[in-house]
Design a protein around this ligand. Structure first.
Ligand code: DAH
Length: 339
């Protein structure tokens, strides 16, 4: 029996030394010390020993047991240390490695200039309002005094969703929505996307941006219109900018005008930039038509107003000398990173 105990001690030590994980260690513990384990099996035979042998073997059995327990414990400790070291090694952070540089986005040129425009008008006491891009025919045309047979209402030019619903072709419907909701005094600009059924080329896109303006109050005259728009142009293009107003026609204003800025390149003489004109058209404007005021429940005998509308793309193209409108929408980083 003594020899059997010694053999177990040796076998356990050998097997223990080959173990590489805690699961195998547990199995080994059961194998030797468990209820049906090898050591237990031997201890169960103690009864057959003589009175002299029993204490000797008993003591040896206890020693072997204690030895195996101690070895198991030591092995567990060293496995844990090895596991921890492996983890530390795997998860090691080298704080000296240079960080990954996060690419900083830049603002889109249309947004940069739009923000600037908003600032200018906010400074003159305007507020910024929004209207829907999917619009009712009533707001886009009818209420703006565009008769049913007006060429702009042609399906060739306008994206219709059904007979009454369309993609707005201008920001002017926001005038109507504003006047329906607010009583004068009104001083708003309404920037946003507009849509027209145009083929894409260097100066046309089925989607572009406009900025609408509307002022309604008692005693508003053409002088307010001219003063406001001249102030705006000087803020945008510089104090020495020169503007002129040309008579024009818009159904929702009377009288109507287009405003030109003198070409900065040739000072009005005519050059390639202004196509020999000396002037560059930048917006349409006029005194709000009495019928339009009436359509919104505003008495044209008491109130008057002026309105204007301009295309954002064109202003931005002038600002940065961009000659192709498509660049705005192509998301080419080589273009966008320049701003
Ligand atoms: N809505 C016009 C267009 O798209 C621009 C315009 C002209 C707006 C005159 C106005 C205005 O408010 O008074 O061509």
């Amino acid at each position: 029996m003594k020899a059997a105990l010694e053999a177990i001690r040796e076998k356990a030590r050998k097997e223990l030394s080959e173990i590489a994980d805690t699961k195998a260690l547990d199995a080994l513990r059961v194998q030797y010390l468990g209820k049906k384990g090898e050591l237990t099996a031997i201890l169960k035979q103690m009864g057959s020993l003589s009175a002299e042998e029993r204490p000797v073997i008993g003591q040896l059995a206890n020693e072997v047991r204690a030895q195996i327990e101690q070895d198991l414990e030591d092995k567990l400790a060293s496995l844990k240390t090895a596991m921890l070291n492996r983890r530390l090694e795997e998860e090691k952070l080298d704080v000296t490695i240079p960080g990954k540089r996060q690419a900083m986005g830049s603002q889109h040129p249309l947004s940069i200039v739009l923000d600037e425009l908003k600032e200018i008008f906010l400074g003159m006491g305007f507020s910024v309002v929004k209207g829907p891009e999917v619009e009712l025919d009533y707001y886009n045309f009818e209420a703006l005094n565009l008769p049913k047979n007006h060429p702009a209402r042609d399906t060739q030019d306008t994206f219709y969703i059904n007979e009454n619903i369309l993609l707005r072709t201008q920001t002017s419907p926001v005038q109507i929505r504003t006047m329906e909701q607010q009583k004068p005094p009104i001083r708003i600009i309404a920037p946003g996307r507009v849509y027209r059924s145009d083929a894409v080329d260097a100066t046309h896109s089925p989607l572009f941006h406009q900025i609408e303006g509307l002022v309604v109050d008692k005693g508003i005259t053409m002088a307010d219109l001219k003063g406001t728009l001249e102030t705006f142009v000087k803020a945008l293009y510089g104090e020495d900018s020169v503007v002129r107003f040309r008579p024009h026609h818009f159904p929702f204003t009377e009288p109507s005008a287009e405003m030109d800025v003198m070409c900065f390149n040739c000072q009005g003489k005519g050059c390639r930039l202004c196509k020999g004109e000396g002037w560059i058209e930048i917006l349409g404007c006029g005194m709000v038509h009495p019928k339009v005021l009436q359509n919104c429940g505003i008495d044209p005998e008491v109130y008057s107003g002026f309105a204007f509308g301009m295309g954002l793309e064109r202003i931005v193209m002038r600002r940065y000398n961009i000659d192709d409108l498509r660049l705005f929408y192509e998301n080419d980083l080589r273009f966008l990173n320049q701003f």
